[in-house]
Design a binder for this molecule. Structure first.
Ligand SMILES: *Cc1c(COP(=O)(O)O)cnc(C)c1O
Length: 374
């Protein structure tokens, strides 16, 4: 394969086939380098799935697929502004996490990893459990979740045959528990594992292709660990470097006021996040107090001339009401992105389309949606 895993601290390179998820040298983060190509004519002739960008995906051979689709971009007026909603609710598990899980699990199947562990507040776990069970031969999968995770997401994990480990306490307690388990296994972590981001980057490819191979002006992304935000940063930058688009859009990270380490770091002009003393939020999917790749998220937001926006609980609930009353049955977490449209600065919407990532399906937490909408 023509690529490498790269230690973020030392710059040392490792073969992509090595079953590692963090640097063997420093124990720190790994990034992934891949010489992405975009043969536009060939791409245009392929099926409408994320695999149409195969020269840009760090994979060889067969992929593990559940029938992914290029997700629709639909135009709506939100808070008086025309925006394009990117409906990533359409994936097999009901969230965009399938983009990342499909690539990680395909890679695992290829290099012979037979057991993975992952921690999640729900959606990443559901995606990994489903893709691991679709692999042939199957890949055993242990999913660690906080006790309070949405029942709908946990059902997806359990019925797929994955082992569900419920951890009392906070999201951080779940991370600690899986960290120990990961020492003897392969950590398919959506925040640590660099292959995940090379799946989520297909969001950017699809948006640009849907706009006629142009970049939008801004992309609004609900952000906790930043797996979609950084996927966008990687994807748009790869397209820019290949000369397909001429700029990376402004990346607008949306957080809940109850848990906003990136917003605080942006305000302070800081290059790293400090752990946030979080309180409960309806946007459970982005409640990450200390994002593993926080510094990378901050750098990506700044490089794109973007910003980080915090939304309050009432705003998220109001956006959820707005959405479900219009046939957009979304989960509460991603209503935060719709709420954030009201807070965009003039310049954010000045030069080109505003794309809003709709990251999860309402059926994931239907009971919760009913409670909140009333
Ligand atoms: C995972 C997730 C996000 C974004 O999560 P990150 O922690 O930034 O990777 C946004 N919305 C939904 C519905 C999610 O499941």
């Amino acid at each position: 394969m023509s690529g490498a895993l790269v230690c973020c601290d030392s710059g040392e390179r490792f073969p992509l086939e090595m079953p590692i998820w963090r640097s063997p040298v420093t124990g720190g983060l790994l990034d992934l380098e891949w010489a992405s190509r975009f043969p536009l004519e060939a791409i245009a002739a392929r099926a409408m799935t994320m695999w149409r960008y195969r020269e840009a995906l760090p994979l060889v051979g067969e992929v593990v697929s559940l029938g992914e689709t290029v997700t629709p971009l639909i135009e709506r007026e939100v808070h008086g502004r025309r925006v394009l909603l990117k409906m990533d609710t359409r994936f097999a598990s009901g969230s965009y996490k399938d983009r990342g899980a499909a690539v990680v699990v395909s890679h695992c199947a290829r290099i012979g990893v037979r057991h993975i562990v992952e921690d999640s507040s729900g959606n990443a776990g559901a995606a990994f459990a489903m893709y691991a069970s679709a692999a042939e031969p199957g890949i055993a999968c242990d999913i660690y979740v906080p006790e309070w995770a949405s029942p709908g997401k946990l059902i997806q994990v359990e019925v797929s045959g994955a082992r569900l480990v419920r951890v009392p306490g906070t999201r951080a307690d779940t991370s600690r528990a899986v960290w120990e388990a990961a020492q003897g296994s392969y950590y398919a972590s959506h925040s640590w594992n660099p292959f995940f981001f090379h799946g989520t980057k297909t969001f950017a490819f699809e948006v640009c292709e849907q706009l006629g191979w142009r970049s939008p002006g801004a992309v609004v992304v609900p952000t906790g660990n930043g797996t979609l935000l950084l996927g966008c940063a990687i994807g748009f930058e790869e397209l820019r470097r290949a000369g397909v688009i001429d700029r990376v859009p402004r990346l607008i990270a949306v957080q809940s006021r109850a848990c906003m380490p990136l917003v605080v770091a942006m305000e302070k002009g800081s290059g790293a996040c400090e752990p946030f003393n979080a309180t409960a939020t309806v946007a459970e999917g982005i409640a990450i107090a200390n994002p593993v790749r926080g510094a990378q998220c901050l750098a990506a937001i700044r490089a794109s001339d973007g910003c980080a926006v915090a939304v309050g609980e009432e705003e998220v609930v109001a956006a959820l009401r707005w959405a479900v009353a219009r046939g957009l049955f979304i989960e509460p977490t991603c209503a935060s992105a719709i709420a954030a449209v009201a807070r965009l600065r003039e310049e954010d919407a000045a030069d080109g389309e505003v794309v809003v990532a709709i990251t999860g399906h309402g059926l994931k937490s239907a009971e919760r949606v009913r409670q909140l909408v009333g």
